[in-house]
Design a protein around this ligand. Sequence first.
Ligand code: CTP
Ligand code: CA
Length: 228
Amino acid sequence: AVVSLPARVLSGRHVIVTSGPTHEPIDPVRYIANRSSGAQGAAIAAALRDLGARVSFITGPAEVPPPEGVAVVAVETAREMRAAVEAALPADAAVMAAAVADWHVANARPGKIKKDGSGALPELQFAENPDILAWISQLGRERPSLVVGFAAETDDVLDNAARKRKRKGCDWIVANDVSPATGIMGGTENAVTLISEAGAESWPRLSKDEVAHRLAARIADALNAGDG
Ligand code: CTP
Ligand code: CA
């Protein structure tokens, strides 16, 4: 049988991919998290690998397993994820597909919080997590030449995503509508719009694998054109 393999247009390139949720501890047995399955990030890492890239896959505790043939760094919190991204630099491109928790619990306890019998409720204090996408986008010499973020929104999707791209300083934003009615969060399909300086391009609803392959091909085009 004749099998056509994808051209290895990303060989010699290093790409960092973040994926999955982060878990932010409340105490040793409890945490704050979100509904990210990690499926889109894993598919992107696999697609980049298929094009010959060396992939550093930095993942929170995801439902889907990491792809084979990538360097996996498993982390739990946003702060650990940022440190792992920094340790993986330099890179030609970075794709921040993780659903990073926006806050961690500033008064997380070293021991399990117990009911004390009085009905008193624990009070959690929150502190903002580092914004990994904004940080890497604004790096100097070590900034990857192409930085891609995601914007999962439920309202005014394109406006919010375009503003997010500007605010954070990344090159591209992959925007998607994660309203419960779309069934995208936790599902196998995605409907995205790729937003760059040049404008917005909406792709049809596709499998997460197909979205990943298209995005990987676009990343290869941009890096090889030197216009990341
Ligand atoms: N992101 C990140 N670090 C964070 C928060 C977000 O790297 N602490 C990245 C995500 O991986 C994604 C992009 O930023 O690529 C947008 O994430 P999103 O949660 O949509 O943006 P926020 O700035 O957190 O805005 P919002 O208030 O809408 O959650
Ligand atoms: Ca957020």
